[in-house]
Write a protein that binds this ligand. Structure first.
Ligand code: BTN
Length: 233
């Protein structure tokens, strides 16, 4: 396994922002940034990610050439699900596009960002996992590993499991069909009627599947409609 640098901080604004600095200012091409606390944790759509001590705030960044950026979001929820399976007796579901759900509650969020520096493309995958507590969020219920397992966790054990799985990925060898299969067997709200927001448009339909390109397929008025962006409400 190639050496991948790991930076572990006590506190930072955001591990994604810190990763960006390492890429832009220190010319580092691949690495992990972990922090005990984040003061400006970033969620998707410009939201805040509350980041108190006791949970995992980790970013994984790397340079890439050919891989279709749209496919990145398919990989990481599946890998994190695999890590969390060791710690949960409950089924772990994936909410499109990037949340991990246990018992109908969010346990993990993933923020994939990309940037170009001197014509080289980079991806930063920010992962937040609730381990010892979870914040109260008005819009959706949250849960944490300690509550599921009813035991204390050594945070570093979970971090080590994550590092192991993430540093082993070989993007060239990924079989996307298998990943899509896992998505479809763990898709949160599968065959349920959902509300879906794409920009300002609200849709109602039955969630049918993730297609081979990772698009979300809804059955709306007997027609299958595919979505590439948006969020399930
Ligand atoms: C979401 O909105 O669900 C995505 C949340 C992503 C949070 C993680 S915590 C580590 C990394 N650093 C950040 O600022 N955000 C991501």
């Amino acid at each position: 396994m190639n050496y991948v640098p790991i930076v572990h901080l006590n506190q930072v604004d955001s591990t994604n922002i810190y990763s960006k600095k390492l890429i832009e200012e220190d010319n580092i091409e691949k690495g992990f940034v972990i922090s005990d606390i984040q003061t400006k944790g970033k969620g998707r759509y410009g939201k805040n990610w509350i980041s108190k001590k006791g949970n995992i705030y980790l970013s994984f960044f790397f340079k890439f050439k050919t891989l279709n950026i749209k496919k990145f979001f398919l990989i990481f929820p599946v890998l994190i699900k695999k890590v969390l399976e060791k710690y949960s007796k409950f089924k772990i579901l994936i909410k499109w596009p990037n949340d991990i759900i246990i018992n109908n509650k969010k346990i993990c969020g993933i923020l994939v960002e990309h940037l170009t520096v001197h014509k080289h493309k980079f991806v930063i995958v920010g992962i937040g996992i609730n381990v010892n507590s979870s914040p109260y969020i008005k819009k959706y219920p949250t849960i944490y590993l300690k509550k599921i397992k009813k035991k204390n966790f050594i945070l570093q054990d979970v971090i080590n499991d994550l590092l192991k799985v993430l540093s082993k990925i070989s993007f060239k060898k990924i079989n996307y069909k298998n990943f899509i299969k896992i998505w479809n067997s763990s898709l949160y709200l599968m065959n349920k009627e959902i509300k879906f927001l794409k920009k300002k448009d609200l849709y109602k339909g039955i969630l049918k599947e993730i297609d081979l390109n990772g698009k979300l397929v809804l059955m709306i008025n007997q027609k299958k409609i595919k979505f590439e962006i948006g969020s399930i409400l």
